[in-house]
Design a protein around this ligand. Sequence first.
Ligand code: 5AD
Ligand code: SF4
Length: 450
Amino acid sequence: MNVADSEVVAAIMQTTDAELTDNLHEADIIILNTCSIRDKAEQTVQHRLQEIQALRKKNTLHSKLSNETASLNSKLSTLNSPIYGIIGCMAERMGQELIDKWKVDFVAGPDAYLDIPNLLAQALNGHKAINIQLSTTETYSHILPSRIGKSISGFVSIMRGCNNFCSYCVVPYTRGRERSRDVESILNEVHDLETKGYKEVTLLGQNVNSYCYKAEDGSVTDFADLLDIVASAVPMMRVRFTTSNPEDMVDKTLEVMAKHDNLCKFIHLPVQSGSDKILKLMNRKYTRAQYLNRIEAIHRILPTAAIGTDVFCGFHDESLEDQDQTLSLMREVGFDTAFMFKYSERPGTFAQKHLPDNVSEKEKIRRLNEIIALQNELSLQSNQREVGKTVEVLVEGISKRNPNEVFGRTEQYKTVVFPRGGMSIGQFVKVKVLEASAATLRGEIAEFCK
Ligand code: 5AD
Ligand code: SF4
């Protein structure tokens, strides 16, 4: 999501005649896009801030902009130290503290990106600038993102914010209320990716299944309708989406997925915990049985689908029985992949105010290791089931270990490595799977396609 947001910000910056550079030492303006989801994410940003401050003190960063014509550029070319700004969730959460403590020049929250040129102008005039106003309507729908991510697989945000208020989560506070973007601008962006040679698009939102756009004529497009429209609009591109909330994953969505070959049969369905007691404390809106009912629906309607999840341990009052419930649910579902975390208390959340962080760090680490070990087994089993099959792979890159090998992903989001055989990035190919580890499949080209 931050890659997608950075692409919006890059497009906004380009309206000021700024140019992108991926060389920190060449930059006149440095913008850090930040995440607050867990304390570790914020620590990473703080380390970057320390590094940048050190560079600034040594004054090893120099203005290199050559175009003196635009006013922004001419201002910048007189600087001998870069302007730097913090944007994203940490900007929203910490606001003025980033200016006071870290001496950043400007701060912009997730709904204030259109204001960045103004904030920058103020900063260039020597005034620290901040805009962390959240909006109930901003979707940046008229901004065509400037692509800075991978060149064959792109993101399109279909909505922003979240209304779920899971008790542990900072997102509703940092990204504001949920709002859906209009269908036309989503399609525009998808077509733009296609024109630029992208082969895959991932539709993004905190809770894509509650996408709902009401047009002026009163017509309503829900997520299943949107998937149907996007998949039909770009039949030669793979279409993925993330993230789905279990309580909103309706059969209609699964049926649309079954209808289109280009809708990848991979579903990321965060469960968080296998214990009803913990799910209730988390303010998740489903029980273990309801979650398993959705898994059953996926198997029934999409028999070839792979299922991924997010899970975390050590939340308030989590007992050993609760942990066992999580492990048993993981086994019962047999997740193909999982993102696994330990609970990190976030300032301002319901949990921080009312549900003490009472599982020790040592015990959280032990439980997390147990979860990771189990998932490694499940991922290995899942990958071993692929051995002997022929799968379609979109080639994404050259292997770092061996330049004669390429890697890519299957529809089910499994990574496959195989001898290059003249393939280039962005091509589809059928690969026979010969071997599997928990992380990767290895194979050989069976047939060229598309
Ligand atoms: N601590 C640990 N993990 C969290 N997540 C969200 N908030 C927290 C938190 N406070 C995890 C959830 C979510 C994923 C994006 O991050 O599993 O699905
Ligand atoms: Fe956070 Fe819950 Fe919203 Fe996901 S659904 S972003 S976990 S509040």
